[in-house]
Design a protein around this ligand. Structure first.
Ligand SMILES: [Cu+2]
Length: 390
């Protein structure tokens, strides 16, 4: 172990017009987020160690061997911007690239993962990895990670109602926006987000839990609770899937899922629960059958699959697990099926949730803020001009 710097701390110096202060050395291998060691212009820089390498929240994909290198790289990357804005601000700004919904282009066809060819599934994976590698030089996050951050922001912006009153409309536009970026990439024009029917029994080596699609479960004999997914394209060990810690999120950089005993051997949602949900004609409760379709779907189907897959999927940063898109696409398909079953159906506010939404006028956030696009529930209620389910 190299303790040669130990006597140099605390250390204060000027670098590129910034004052850098390094208060003390860090104990090697400390995986938790540290905001007490490096300060840039007196603001704490969130850093962590993985093995003997240092990372900082400003340059999460880079590794450094000393605290000075870590601090200096952050100063260069900030390029005059304030650290507090980078770390705590709206770094999850939505990327551009959502089509004008009045002029959306060709209708996209979304498929069941079981009905895709292996080439189509490979292309979907490659398109995701390409977004993950497309690092935005404003946010220092990849375009993929911008979507993760926006999803995290829904839990601190309750007026967006993304997991309450407008779970389905919010995620419909969220998936559509993500899909728009996937297929805007030149080699991936044919890519759409597919759906995973989780009323089928989940099994190892059965889609989506295969080594060439989503990978399988978290590490089995795991006393340390790392829950690390070790196979598939999103295994951290393959080098393509580094999860970006957030300054308020545990700095786990690998994809986590539950163990196989939680995942496999039964359907995540019993088919009977899906049919009971589709039998609810009213969107909101209460109706004659009790709770309405929207509430049932949110509390039973939606939550159940997030919790069963576990790990990243059980957190506010659930899009860190790409299975998120397959799950939410399935929920959206169920909503589409319900719309077919009850053609006169409308979106109705759930009485227990606030704020309430006027489907014609209330803008869905954060699209209005971020890309100055006024999108209402009714803009996406008629989904067939945007996409259909095959
Ligand atoms: Cu969500």
């Amino acid at each position: 172990m190299d303790f040669k710097n130990q006597n140099n701390y605390p250390l204060i110096y000027e670098f590129n017009g910034c004052q850098v202060e390094i208060k003390s050395d860090l104990k090697p291998g400390n995986i938790s987020l540290n905001k007490n060691t490096i300060f840039i212009n007196t603001q704490p820089l969130a850093i962590w160690q993985e093995g003997s390498a240092y990372h900082s929240i400003v340059t999460p994909f880079k590794t450094f061997t000393t605290l000075e290198e870590t601090a200096n790289a952050a100063v260069i990357a900030l390029d005059g911007r304030e650290l507090s804005q980078m770390q705590e601000g709206r770094v999850g700004r939505l990327p551009q690239g959502l089509p004008d919904l009045n002029n959306p282009g060709p209708v996209r066809i979304r498929k069941n993962i079981l009905n895709m060819s292996q080439d189509e599934r490979d292309l979907f994976i490659q398109a995701i990895l390409a977004l993950k590698n497309n690092v935005n030089n404003i946010t220092f996050r990849s375009l993929y990670d911008d979507f993760v951050k926006v999803h995290m922001d829904t839990f601190t912006n309750h007026d967006w109602s993304a997991h309450e009153n407008i779970l389905l409309p919010w995620h419909r536009i969220f998936i559509y926006h993500f899909e728009s970026l996937l297929c805007a990439q030149p080699e991936f024009e044919s890519v759409t987000v597919p759906y995973w029917d989780w009323t089928q029994v989940a099994q190892r080596d059965v889609l989506p839990f295969t080594d060439n699609f989503m990978g399988t479960t978290g590490k089995e004999d795991d006393d340390t609770g790392t829950q690390e997914v070790l196979d598939g394209p999103f295994a951290h060990t393959k080098g393509n899937w580094n999860i970006v810690p957030d300054s308020d999120w545990n700095p786990i950089t690998w994809l986590m899922r539950a163990k196989s005993s939680n995942l496999f051997g039964q359907p995540m949602v019993e088919p009977a629960i899906l049919s009971e949900t589709l039998a609810r004609e009213n969107f909101a409760f209460p109706d004659a059958a009790g709770e309405g379709f929207g509430y049932n779907l949110n509390k039973k189907l939606h939550d159940e699959v997030h919790n069963d897959v576990g790990g990243a999927m059980g957190s506010s940063a659930s899009p860190n697990d790409p299975i998120f898109w397959l799950h939410h696409c399935m929920l959206d398909k169920i909503w589409a099926d319900w719309q077919e079953l009850y053609p006169n159906s409308k979106y109705v506010n759930e009485p227990e949730y606030h704020p309430s939404f006027d489907p014609d006028t209330t803008p869905i956030q954060p699209w209005l803020d971020d890309i100055n696009r006024h999108i209402t529930i009714n803009d996406i209620f008629n989904y067939k001009r945007l996409f259909i389910y095959e």
